[in-house]
Design a binder for this molecule. Structure first.
Ligand code: KG4
Length: 344
């Protein structure tokens, strides 16, 4: 395991999508984590890349200043700057990348680039000043579920991660968001579906589950099946959605969770892994968190569920991944360009 210097202070910067975030980590202990979301996208039902870049430009200086202030750290105290280099929206990534480079150059300190997906996985190693939390032992399996990804990752070390299963079409978060959109529930749909599902019957409706070999996922069939159910039922009763939205949400959520957990369980069996972690925006889902806990109780496997603050995009995880990389001697050159797509 990489040995981390407990005195090294690293500033993390995240700007891959629609959250501008900065965090300060001392060793593996989080001193601050500031996130500025972007409400501007709500009116469009999805993230508008150009608007995201402009909002990052407005947010980056106040967010970094606030992260340093909350941590009680001066720029001169920083040992390095870690930033998300990709994957993500190129215009958004450029803002964080350029800011990180400028600050690192100005301060004369090293720059460390971070893969956003690896950072989600490594969020499980973040400690707080109040208490030390249990962390996964390598190797473990991480289920990474977000708006853009649904992956089962075999994590052999902080830098050796292999995607052993992934979605062949939509991500789990997209399934939540798109189904919520056709019900007219607003954006992002995942949290709204989650809230309504708490009052609904998960067995009320049955939707198609994919039959995909191996550990890969597919959510496009479920989306179509959901759409056809609405179409058929609305033809009989125009108020069908209004009358049944809680049951629709509960049934949709249960189907997505069943699909996710089924493949995850197959993968842990096949690889003989007994430690399993959850990560990404969809890991905020209360049903999925409960399913993880049940899975742990049923199998005796150790499960790791992230605190809510690390489920969506945040710079704490970027600082953590950067801290691992810095300790390994990894440095990023000043001419490094961001990338929109990349595997782990
Ligand atoms: O990781 P993330 O913040 O960023 C992207 O991948 O863009 O994930 C965002 C996704 C969205 O699809 C959102 O609907 C989903 O996470 N999400 C949820 C919940 N909270 C966020 N899905 C289901 N239940 C939730 N409570």
């Amino acid at each position: 395991m990489t040995s981390i210097n407990p005195d090294t202070i690293i500033l993390g910067i995240e700007s891959s999508c629609d959250d501008t975030s900065a965090a300060v980590l001392k060793g593996d202990v989080l001193l601050s984590n500031v996130i500025a979301g972007q409400k501007v996208h709500e009116a469009y039902g999805g993230v508008v890349p150009e608007l995201a870049s402009r909002a990052h430009l407005q947010n980056i200086v106040p967010v970094v200043s606030e992260a340093l202030r909350q941590a009680g750290v001066k720029p001169e105290d920083l040992g390095a700057i870690a930033f998300t280099r990709g994957p993500g929206l190129l215009g958004s990534l450029l803002v964080g990348t350029t800011f990180a480079k400028g600050l690192a150059l100005g301060l004369g300190i090293p720059l460390v680039d971070v893969n956003h997906l690896q950072a989600h996985v490594l969020a499980h190693y973040i400690q707080t000043p109040a208490e030390r939390v249990d962390t996964p032992d390598f190797p473990f399996i991480c289920l990474l579920v977000s708006g853009g990804n649904s992956q089962i990752i075999l994590v052999r070390s902080a830098f050796d991660m292999e995607i052993i299963g992934k979605t062949i079409d939509d991500a789990a978060g997209e399934a939540f968001d798109k189904c919520a959109k056709v019900m007219g529930l607003g954006y992002p749909g995942g949290p709204i579906v989650n809230k309504l599902a708490l009052q609904g019957n998960p067995e009320a409706f049955k939707f198609a589950k994919p039959q995909i070999p191996g550990f890969d996922y597919s959510f496009s069939g479920l989306k179509t099946s959901f759409l056809y159910t609405l179409r058929d039922e609305l033809a009989k009763d125009p108020d069908f959605i209004v009358k049944n939205k809680e049951d629709l949400c509960a049934s949709l959520q249960k189907t997505i969770i069943d699909i996710l957990m089924n493949k995850l369980e197959k993968a842990t069996k096949a690889y003989g892994i007994t430690q399993v972690a959850l990560a990404g925006g969809v890991s905020a889902n209360s049903g999925l968190r409960d399913a993880f806990i049940d899975y742990g109780k049923r199998t005796g496997h150790k499960v790791f569920i992230p605190p809510f603050a690390y489920t969506t995009d945040n710079a704490a995880m970027v600082a953590m991944a950067g801290t691992f990389a810095f300790a390994e001697g990894h440095r990023c050159s000043i001419d490094a360009a961001p990338y929109s797509r990349v595997q782990i």
